[in-house]
Structures are given as structure tokens and as C-alpha cells.
Design a protein. Structure first.
Length: 281
């Protein structure tokens, strides 16, 4: 299924949560001198215009990144994320929003490498153009990311951050995610795996998370952000979540301090809330 285009949703509340946490994980990962890989299974186009094209149809960024851009006195970790997004724009404008590969690129050092997978031919073309000139540091492949991930593990430096965020238009994606995690942990048990998923009024997301908990992982973090009450008709995404395997030990404290602020900023009604649970040895 190749109908999904992330440009429709660029900069929305789910992107904010995902990219904020991704930045925290990568910032911690690069504290060590040893190189690491960043692997993105569903990379998208890499950069999105907020002034023309798909993003302007629903303007979901107005309920996401725009609210943070205009916020005052943000906690330092959230301000760092906002500053990063602003670095892709001129002064106080908000014309572009980076996808996860471009967010990650900001943390890459000369010896670090990126492996980006995107199956949609148009987004693959855009992604390749956005990363043209990076040489061997960045490899872009038009391939199913679940299959491509296998070829990357274990990475030569034995350090990696893996982002898995399929569109979930196909219900099978929930099963593919669990299978990918199981296989990846066999190949590379010490990697940091960031799994994004939508909060929906259907059983598959909950069943997927239950299956991950059933793996009896030693180190994990689970954070969700709900921005509004689920719709009465049962359709639509009312929030999103991240399940992280082998997270930085500093992440629970940082999120405990900043998720209340993020929830208040992105809330669409009084039911907005977040959850945060972790177990780190």
C-alpha cells in the first residue's frame, strides 16, 4: 500500500512528540566518542513545505509545531527542539518542517552513518534529492524498511538508534512491527529502538504494545500523548505514543519534567493527558 504521504501531517502533534524524543535519544547517544548508525525504516521525504502542497490542505502543523514556535519560557529541552526546527527556516518564519531523517542529521558527526529506507517512489526521489551530496555517510534505499532493517543489523560500530514508524494504513503493520523488533533484538540486542504508533479507537495499537511487553524487556520506556477526547464516531487519531527499547537512562526524568508542558501546549480540550512509564536497569 503506497497511498500514504506524510506531507499531509508534517509538523503535527505526533511529529512534535516523535521528533522531540528522537532528538533527546540522539543527543545522549552522541555523548560517547564511538560512532553510531541512525536507521530509519520509513523515512519519508526528509523535508516538507508548510506553505504549499499537501501540508496546506489540513494544516495540521497549526495544532503542532506552530504552538511551540509561539510559546514563551519553554523548558530547555523543548526549546532546543524548537531551535532546531527554526534552523531550517529564516528568522521567525515557519515555511519548512524537517522529517525524522533531517532531524537526525543534525546530530550526525563525521564518523556516524545514516541508513534511510522509503518505499514510496515519489518520497524516495525527494529523500534522495534532500540527501544528495552526503556521500557514503548517508545511504538511501527504495525498499520496505522492515526488510531493509535486517541488512543493517548488527551495524559495524555496534551502536545504533533505529526509528520504526510505519503509516499503519495496513493493519498488518502492527504485526510487522512486533516481528521486526523480535528479529532485531536477536541480531542486535543492545540497539536503541524507537517505535512510534498512533492512538486510535481500535484494538491493534494496544495489542501491539501488549506483545512488546510480553517480550520481558530489561530496558524500556513508554510515553503517550493524547491531545483530545476520542471522537464519538470512533474514527481519527487522538494522540500518539512511543515505545523505546534501551532508552537513555536520563530520558525518564527529562520527559517527566517536560511532558506536562508539552501536553498543555498541544491540548485541544480538557481531556488532554500523557502517560509515562519505564524500567531501566
Amino acid at each position: 500500500m503506497l497511498s500514504y504521504r506524510h506531507a499531509f501531517h508534517a509538523g503535527n502533534h505526533a511529529d512534535v512528540l516523535k521528533h522531540y524524543v528522537l532528538g533527546l535519544v540522539l543527543a545522549h547517544t552522541k555523548l560517547k566518542d564511538k560512532p553510531f548508525w541512525y536507521i530509519d525504516t520509513h523515512a519519508g521525504a526528509g523535508m516538507y513545505s508548510l506553505q504549499e502542497g499537501y501540508a496546506t490542505q489540513n494544516q495540521e502543523f497549526e495544532e503542532g509545531i506552530s504552538k511551540l514556535i509561539s510559546a514563551k519560557n519553554l523548558p530547555a529541552p523543548l526549546q532546543n527542539y524548537v531551535t532546531q526546527i527554526q534552523s531550517f527556516n529564516h528568522e521567525s518564519t515557519l515555511n519548512f518542517y524537517p522529517g525524522s531523517p533531517m532531524v537526525a542529521e543534525s546530530y550526525m558527526r563525521a564518523d556516524d552513518k545514516m541508513r534511510l529506507f522509503e518505499l514510496h517512489p515519489n518520497d524516495y526521489t525527494l529523500l534522495s534529492e534532500n540527501f544528495a551530496g552526503y556521500g557514503r555517510q548517508v545511504k538511501v534505499e527504495m525498499q520496505n524498511g522492515f526488510k531493509g532493517l535486517k541488512s543493517c543489523l548488527p551495524p559495524p560500530p555496534r551502536r545504533a538508534v533505529v526509528l520504526i514508524d510505519p503509516p499503519y494504513e495496513d493493519k498488518q503493520d502492527y504485526l510487522y512491527v512486533v516481528d521486526a523488533i523480535k528479529d532485531s533484538l536477536k541480531r542486535f540486542p543492545t540497539g536503541s529502538y524507537i517505535l512510534w504508533y498512533p492512538l486510535l479507537q481500535r484494538p491493534e495499537p494496544t495489542e501491539m504494545i501488549d506483545s512488546l511487553f510480553a517480550l520481558n524487556l530489561a530496558n524500556w520506556l513508554h510515553v503517550t500523548l493524547s491531545i483530545e477526547a476520542p471522537s464519538l464516531d470512533g474514527f481519527g487519531m487522538y494522540g500518539s505514543g512511543l515505545f523505546i527499547i534501551n532508552p537513555p537512562w536520563t530520558l525518564p526524568k527529562t520527559l517527566a519534567e517536560t511532558m506536562p508542558v508539552l501536553t498543555e501546549l498541544l491540548a485541544l480540550d480538557a481531556t488532554a493527558s500523557f502517560t509515562l512509564d519505564s524500567e531501566i536497569e
